[in-house]
Design a protein around this ligand. Structure first.
Ligand SMILES: [Zn+2]
Length: 453
């Protein structure tokens, strides 16, 4: 027997330890999500040609200004457009087994400082019931109303081809793609009225869901997703922005959210999950997470959902052209103003629609988001996580990232357990999350730690 020197023994032990560390870090590195062939097949059915035909029809209603509701016309005005949108949903429902229910959410919006009179407001809501009654709803939304330079002008043209014909046709096309499928969660396809003067339609509907005790698991709002060319010639046919707010306006959550971070919230986790799903299904598209509730001093219908405490995000094209938004159609100094069809790139709308479809299908097939917490009972360099079991979860995954990282960087399959100790990683230095995974590999949004209820 050869007696090794102490130095040699230490060196070989170090080599083993280093190898194990490298090995485990590599194993924990986050891998791309696996692609479900059923979902991939559905993405292929999204058609730029059909999207163009739909937007052409929508723009053909002349104006969809909220205040044009009294025109009493079948060919012009917001209600003519509303009835046409509803008919599209009904036709989609008929061709997919009659499971899609189509309703109006109609109410009288009182006068505000942004509208000259009270106005009957009417959103179109199509609901595809999920197979699991315990699950909540996932809402894809847009607004179908439009405006020109004068928000109260109910008569002159306001084509709204991009704002927000683009989002409305995406909702219709996503409904067409998904209505034949079965999901655990309920999918709602919403096209709201009265967005331009103060998010009236979405505020009413999100509040209605809250009042009825409906759990909105996610809102994916689409508003201005049609142009791939910016005002200075910027080309971004493969980029879209995804807005999400940080902490919800809930003071209690703020004070008890000791174990999360300023960069974690239900909406932000949703954005991370959607970006990850989108990256797996459409790797050529860059989904650019933008960490604010909406663009500077501007708003969108996702804020109505966030205001009720629901996770909500917004897709928007990369470079908006303000000459084409909220403008009377005119030429001034050789510049064409107006939200015209010719500025919409329907192949681009098709790609953004596919991003939505991939995310909606994955989240509606995946198990629900767990409720998870980090134990802070004792100071330790290990991190103990525990969570409530979720129906249909075959196992769970613990994810983490450095506190300054924007996205989850590490994931570990921890099996069918409801608590787990991550050895050697301190909760001071890392942000942790837990997600539920079903037998087919569909992953829920990650839950960031909050006190268990
Ligand atoms: Zn808009």
């Amino acid at each position: 027997m050869i007696r090794r020197s102490f130095a040699t023994a230490v060196a070989s032990l170090l080599a083993v330890a280093t190898f194990q560390l490298a090995g485990s870090a590599q194993a924990d590195g986050i891998a791309p999500l696996s692609v479900d062939p059923k979902i991939a097949a559905v993405l292929g059915s999204v058609s730029a040609k059909r999207l163009e035909a739909l937007d052409t029809r929508l723009v053909g209603f002349g104006t969809r200004n909220l205040l044009s509701e009294k025109l009493n016309s079948r060919t012009r005005g917001v209600y003519a457009a509303r009835d046409w949108v509803a008919e599209q949903f009904r036709e989609i429902g008929r061709s997919s087994g009659g499971r899609l229910a189509v309703d109006f959410d109609t109410f009288v919006q009182p006068k505000t400082d942004r509208i000259p009179r009270e106005v009957e407001t009417s959103s179109v809501i199509a609901t595809l019931p999920g197979d699991d009654p315990q699950r909540g709803v996932i809402v894809m939304s847009s607004h179908y109303d439009s405006r020109n330079s004068d928000g109260s002008d109910a008569t002159r043209d306001a084509p709204g081809a991009d704002d927000n014909g683009s989002g409305t046709i995406a909702v219709l096309e996503a409904a067409r793609a998904l209505a034949p499928m079965h999901f655990r969660a309920t999918l709602i396809f919403a096209t709201f009225d009265g967005e331009e003067q103060g998010l009236f339609g979405s505020a009413h509907y999100a509040k209605l869901l809250k009042t009825k005790g409906v759990r909105v698991e996610a809102n994916l709002n689409n508003d201005i997703i049609g142009a791939s060319l910016g005002p200075n010639g910027e080309q971004a046919p493969n980029e879209v922005r995804l807005f999400s707010e940080a902490l919800p306006p809930d003071a209690v959550l703020r004070t008890v959210n000791l174990t999360g971070s300023e960069n974690d919230s239900p909406s932000r986790e949703l954005a991370r999950a959607v970006r990850e799903i989108d990256g797996a299904y459409l790797p050529t598209m860059t989904v650019r997470m933008t960490n604010r509730s909406d663009r500077f001093q501007r708003g969108g219908d996702q804020q109505s959902f966030a205001a009720q405490g629901f996770p909500a995000i917004r897709y928007v094209e990369r470079f908006e052209n303000y000459d084409h938004q909220h403008q009377d159609i005119r030429v001034e100094n050789g510049v064409q103003y107006g939200d015209l069809l010719k500025y919409v790139d329907f192949e681009y709308v098709a790609r953004v629609t596919r991003l939505n479809v991939a995310a909606l299908a994955t989240l509606a097939l995946a198990p629900a988001v767990p409720q998870a917490d980090v134990s802070n009972k004792q100071l330790s360099y290990d991190t103990t996580l525990s969570w409530h079991p979720v129906a249909d979860a075959s196992h769970y995954e613990v994810v983490w990232r450095d506190t300054v990282e924007p996205y989850w960087t590490h994931a570990r399959d921890v099996g069918a357990v409801t608590s787990y100790v991550v050895k050697g990683l301190s909760k001071d230095d890392w942000i942790f999350g837990v997600r539920a995974v079903d037998a087919a590999g569909h992953k829920s949004v990650a839950a960031y730690p909050q006190p268990l209820r």
